[in-house]
Design a protein around this ligand. Sequence first.
Ligand code: ADP
Ligand code: MG
Length: 238
Amino acid sequence: MATLQLKQVVKQFDDTRVIKGVDLDVNDKEFVVFVGPSGCGKSTLLRMIAGLESTSDGDILIDDQRINNVGPAERGLAMVFQSYALYPHMTVEDNMGFSLKLAGVSKEERRRKVREAVEILQLEPLLDRKPKALSGGQRQRVAIGRAIVRNPSIFLFDEPLSNLDAALRVQMRIELARLHEELDATMIYVTHDQIEAMTMADKIVVLQGGVVEQVGSPMELYHHPRNRFVAGFIGSPK
Ligand code: ADP
Ligand code: MG
Protein backbone atom coordinates (compact mmCIF):
# COMPACT_ATOMS: atom_id res chain seq x y z
CA MET A 1 0.00 0.00 0.00
CA ALA A 2 1.21 3.52 -0.75
CA THR A 3 -0.38 6.83 0.05
CA LEU A 4 1.23 10.21 -0.50
CA GLN A 5 0.58 13.49 1.24
CA LEU A 6 1.91 16.94 0.50
CA LYS A 7 1.56 19.55 3.24
CA GLN A 8 2.18 23.17 2.32
CA VAL A 9 5.03 22.16 0.06
CA VAL A 10 7.16 25.05 -1.22
CA LYS A 11 10.01 25.19 -3.73
CA GLN A 12 12.15 28.24 -4.06
CA PHE A 13 14.92 28.61 -6.64
CA ASP A 14 17.12 31.53 -5.52
CA ASP A 15 14.56 34.27 -4.87
CA THR A 16 11.78 32.79 -7.03
CA ARG A 17 9.02 30.66 -5.54
CA VAL A 18 7.88 28.18 -8.16
CA ILE A 19 5.79 25.93 -5.86
CA LYS A 20 3.76 28.08 -3.49
CA GLY A 21 2.34 25.92 -0.72
CA VAL A 22 0.79 22.81 -2.25
CA ASP A 23 -1.48 20.49 -0.24
CA LEU A 24 -2.46 17.15 -1.70
CA ASP A 25 -3.66 13.69 -0.71
CA VAL A 26 -3.03 10.75 -3.01
CA ASN A 27 -4.80 7.54 -2.03
CA ASP A 28 -3.50 4.01 -2.40
CA LYS A 29 -3.73 2.74 -6.01
CA GLU A 30 -5.07 6.05 -7.25
CA PHE A 31 -4.15 7.35 -10.72
CA VAL A 32 -3.55 11.06 -10.13
CA VAL A 33 -2.78 13.47 -12.98
CA PHE A 34 -1.05 16.83 -12.50
CA VAL A 35 -2.13 19.04 -15.36
CA GLY A 36 -1.34 22.66 -16.18
CA PRO A 37 0.39 24.87 -18.69
CA SER A 38 4.10 24.73 -19.39
CA GLY A 39 6.12 26.31 -16.59
CA CYS A 40 3.43 25.96 -13.89
CA GLY A 41 5.63 23.69 -11.75
CA LYS A 42 4.47 20.16 -12.60
CA SER A 43 7.95 18.71 -13.10
CA THR A 44 9.35 20.50 -10.08
CA LEU A 45 6.61 19.09 -7.86
CA LEU A 46 7.12 15.58 -9.24
CA ARG A 47 10.89 15.84 -8.78
CA MET A 48 10.37 16.89 -5.18
CA ILE A 49 8.18 13.84 -4.61
CA ALA A 50 10.88 11.71 -6.24
CA GLY A 51 13.57 13.27 -4.04
CA LEU A 52 15.43 14.72 -7.03
CA GLU A 53 14.79 18.25 -5.71
CA SER A 54 14.91 19.32 -2.09
CA THR A 55 11.83 20.79 -0.42
CA SER A 56 12.24 24.46 0.59
CA ASP A 57 9.35 24.26 3.05
CA GLY A 58 6.47 21.94 3.98
CA ASP A 59 6.32 18.16 4.30
CA ILE A 60 6.09 15.16 2.02
CA LEU A 61 4.74 11.94 3.56
CA ILE A 62 4.57 8.42 2.16
CA ASP A 63 2.37 6.06 4.18
CA ASP A 64 2.31 8.71 6.92
CA GLN A 65 6.12 8.82 7.22
CA ARG A 66 7.82 12.16 6.58
CA ILE A 67 10.33 11.59 3.77
CA ASN A 68 11.72 15.09 3.14
CA ASN A 69 15.20 13.92 3.99
CA VAL A 70 15.01 10.39 2.57
CA GLY A 71 17.15 9.87 -0.55
CA PRO A 72 15.50 9.12 -3.91
CA ALA A 73 16.62 5.48 -3.96
CA GLU A 74 15.07 4.82 -0.54
CA ARG A 75 11.64 6.31 -1.24
CA GLY A 76 10.26 3.21 -3.01
CA LEU A 77 9.30 5.27 -6.07
CA ALA A 78 10.23 4.98 -9.72
CA MET A 79 10.13 7.83 -12.21
CA VAL A 80 9.64 7.63 -15.98
CA PHE A 81 10.88 10.63 -17.95
CA GLN A 82 9.73 12.23 -21.19
CA SER A 83 13.22 11.89 -22.59
CA TYR A 84 13.27 8.11 -21.82
CA ALA A 85 16.82 8.52 -20.42
CA LEU A 86 17.94 5.09 -21.66
CA TYR A 87 21.62 4.12 -21.67
CA PRO A 88 22.53 4.15 -25.38
CA HIS A 89 25.28 1.52 -25.16
CA MET A 90 23.15 -1.05 -23.31
CA THR A 91 20.65 -3.54 -24.71
CA VAL A 92 16.99 -3.37 -23.75
CA GLU A 93 17.54 -6.19 -21.25
CA ASP A 94 20.52 -4.46 -19.62
CA ASN A 95 18.76 -1.10 -19.57
CA MET A 96 15.85 -2.66 -17.73
CA GLY A 97 18.00 -4.58 -15.26
CA PHE A 98 20.60 -1.91 -14.54
CA SER A 99 19.06 -0.35 -11.44
CA LEU A 100 18.68 -3.84 -9.97
CA LYS A 101 22.32 -4.55 -10.73
CA LEU A 102 23.30 -1.36 -8.90
CA ALA A 103 21.18 -2.52 -5.98
CA GLY A 104 23.13 -5.79 -5.86
CA VAL A 105 20.32 -8.05 -7.11
CA SER A 106 21.61 -11.39 -8.43
CA LYS A 107 21.79 -12.09 -12.14
CA GLU A 108 19.08 -14.77 -12.03
CA GLU A 109 16.73 -12.57 -10.05
CA ARG A 110 17.36 -9.66 -12.43
CA ARG A 111 16.64 -11.85 -15.40
CA ARG A 112 13.40 -13.07 -13.82
CA LYS A 113 12.17 -9.54 -13.04
CA VAL A 114 13.13 -8.21 -16.45
CA ARG A 115 11.32 -11.13 -18.16
CA GLU A 116 8.21 -10.38 -16.12
CA ALA A 117 8.22 -6.72 -17.16
CA VAL A 118 9.03 -7.64 -20.75
CA GLU A 119 5.98 -9.85 -20.86
CA ILE A 120 3.70 -7.15 -19.50
CA LEU A 121 5.06 -4.66 -22.05
CA GLN A 122 5.34 -7.08 -24.99
CA LEU A 123 9.01 -6.35 -25.54
CA GLU A 124 10.25 -9.97 -26.00
CA PRO A 125 11.52 -9.60 -29.56
CA LEU A 126 13.55 -6.51 -28.66
CA LEU A 127 15.56 -7.69 -25.65
CA ASP A 128 18.92 -7.66 -27.44
CA ARG A 129 18.50 -4.36 -29.23
CA LYS A 130 20.12 -1.06 -28.35
CA PRO A 131 17.93 2.03 -27.90
CA LYS A 132 18.89 3.55 -31.25
CA ALA A 133 17.31 0.55 -33.01
CA LEU A 134 13.95 1.16 -31.30
CA SER A 135 11.00 3.36 -32.23
CA GLY A 136 9.87 6.12 -29.87
CA GLY A 137 7.03 3.98 -28.55
CA GLN A 138 9.35 1.03 -27.94
CA ARG A 139 11.84 3.25 -26.11
CA GLN A 140 9.09 4.57 -23.91
CA ARG A 141 8.02 0.99 -23.12
CA VAL A 142 11.59 0.17 -22.09
CA ALA A 143 11.65 3.25 -19.85
CA ILE A 144 8.42 2.07 -18.23
CA GLY A 145 9.90 -1.43 -17.93
CA ARG A 146 12.84 -0.02 -16.06
CA ALA A 147 10.40 1.39 -13.52
CA ILE A 148 8.36 -1.84 -13.28
CA VAL A 149 11.33 -4.08 -12.42
CA ARG A 150 11.95 -2.03 -9.30
CA ASN A 151 8.49 -2.90 -8.04
CA PRO A 152 7.88 0.64 -6.75
CA SER A 153 5.01 1.50 -4.47
CA ILE A 154 4.43 4.70 -6.46
CA PHE A 155 5.12 5.35 -10.15
CA LEU A 156 5.88 8.90 -11.25
CA PHE A 157 5.50 9.80 -14.93
CA ASP A 158 6.68 13.12 -16.35
CA GLU A 159 4.97 13.69 -19.71
CA PRO A 160 5.96 10.20 -20.84
CA LEU A 161 4.03 10.32 -24.10
CA SER A 162 4.69 13.83 -25.35
CA ASN A 163 7.41 12.73 -27.80
CA LEU A 164 5.13 10.20 -29.47
CA ASP A 165 2.82 10.78 -32.43
CA ALA A 166 -0.91 11.11 -31.83
CA ALA A 167 -1.92 7.55 -32.74
CA LEU A 168 0.76 5.99 -30.58
CA ARG A 169 -0.17 8.31 -27.71
CA VAL A 170 -3.71 6.98 -27.78
CA GLN A 171 -2.43 3.39 -27.77
CA MET A 172 0.02 4.06 -24.93
CA ARG A 173 -2.69 5.70 -22.82
CA ILE A 174 -4.67 2.48 -23.07
CA GLU A 175 -1.58 0.45 -22.19
CA LEU A 176 -0.85 2.62 -19.17
CA ALA A 177 -4.41 2.24 -17.95
CA ARG A 178 -4.05 -1.54 -18.29
CA LEU A 179 -0.72 -1.39 -16.48
CA HIS A 180 -2.32 0.53 -13.64
CA GLU A 181 -4.94 -2.20 -13.29
CA GLU A 182 -2.44 -5.01 -13.59
CA LEU A 183 0.20 -3.67 -11.20
CA ASP A 184 -2.28 -2.34 -8.66
CA ALA A 185 0.07 0.59 -8.01
CA THR A 186 -0.32 4.24 -7.09
CA MET A 187 0.53 6.39 -10.09
CA ILE A 188 1.17 10.11 -10.48
CA TYR A 189 1.20 11.31 -14.03
CA VAL A 190 2.23 14.78 -15.24
CA THR A 191 0.93 16.21 -18.50
CA HIS A 192 0.03 19.51 -20.15
CA ASP A 193 -2.53 17.61 -22.24
CA GLN A 194 -6.11 18.04 -21.01
CA ILE A 195 -7.35 15.02 -22.96
CA GLU A 196 -4.78 12.80 -21.28
CA ALA A 197 -5.85 14.14 -17.91
CA MET A 198 -9.55 13.68 -18.60
CA THR A 199 -9.23 10.15 -19.96
CA MET A 200 -6.66 8.68 -17.57
CA ALA A 201 -7.19 10.22 -14.14
CA ASP A 202 -9.07 9.07 -11.10
CA LYS A 203 -8.17 12.47 -9.69
CA ILE A 204 -6.93 15.57 -11.51
CA VAL A 205 -4.79 18.26 -9.87
CA VAL A 206 -4.93 21.50 -11.88
CA LEU A 207 -1.83 23.64 -11.36
CA GLN A 208 -1.14 27.21 -12.38
CA GLY A 209 1.80 29.34 -11.33
CA GLY A 210 2.88 26.91 -8.61
CA VAL A 211 -0.56 26.87 -7.00
CA VAL A 212 -3.23 24.13 -6.99
CA GLU A 213 -6.30 25.67 -8.62
CA GLN A 214 -8.55 22.64 -8.07
CA VAL A 215 -8.49 18.93 -7.28
CA GLY A 216 -11.27 16.60 -8.37
CA SER A 217 -12.42 13.79 -10.60
CA PRO A 218 -12.59 14.54 -14.34
CA MET A 219 -16.37 14.86 -14.10
CA GLU A 220 -16.22 17.17 -11.07
CA LEU A 221 -13.81 19.49 -12.83
CA TYR A 222 -15.76 19.38 -16.04
CA HIS A 223 -19.13 20.12 -14.48
CA HIS A 224 -18.05 22.23 -11.52
CA PRO A 225 -14.87 24.13 -12.35
CA ARG A 226 -14.02 26.39 -9.45
CA ASN A 227 -12.86 29.29 -11.57
CA ARG A 228 -12.38 30.57 -15.08
CA PHE A 229 -8.90 29.14 -15.38
CA VAL A 230 -10.04 25.58 -14.62
CA ALA A 231 -13.10 26.01 -16.82
CA GLY A 232 -10.98 27.24 -19.71
CA PHE A 233 -8.34 24.61 -19.19
CA ILE A 234 -10.65 21.63 -18.88
CA GLY A 235 -12.83 22.95 -21.64
CA SER A 236 -16.24 23.46 -20.11
CA PRO A 237 -17.74 26.98 -20.13
CA LYS A 238 -18.78 28.19 -16.68
P1 ADP B 1 6.42 22.44 -15.89
O1 ADP B 1 6.96 21.07 -15.70
O2 ADP B 1 5.03 22.63 -15.40
O3 ADP B 1 6.54 22.91 -17.32
P2 ADP B 1 8.68 23.23 -14.23
O4 ADP B 1 8.42 22.56 -12.95
O5 ADP B 1 9.68 22.61 -15.13
O6 ADP B 1 7.30 23.45 -15.01
O7 ADP B 1 9.14 24.72 -13.95
C1 ADP B 1 8.42 25.59 -13.10
C2 ADP B 1 9.17 26.88 -12.97
O8 ADP B 1 10.37 26.67 -12.23
C3 ADP B 1 9.58 27.48 -14.32
O9 ADP B 1 9.42 28.88 -14.23
C4 ADP B 1 11.03 27.09 -14.41
O10 ADP B 1 11.74 28.03 -15.17
C5 ADP B 1 11.48 27.11 -12.97
N1 ADP B 1 12.59 26.18 -12.70
C6 ADP B 1 12.56 24.83 -12.86
N2 ADP B 1 13.73 24.27 -12.50
C7 ADP B 1 14.54 25.30 -12.10
C8 ADP B 1 15.88 25.38 -11.61
N3 ADP B 1 16.63 24.28 -11.44
N4 ADP B 1 16.37 26.61 -11.33
C9 ADP B 1 15.61 27.72 -11.47
N5 ADP B 1 14.34 27.70 -11.91
C10 ADP B 1 13.80 26.52 -12.24
MG1 MG C 1 7.72 19.70 -17.09
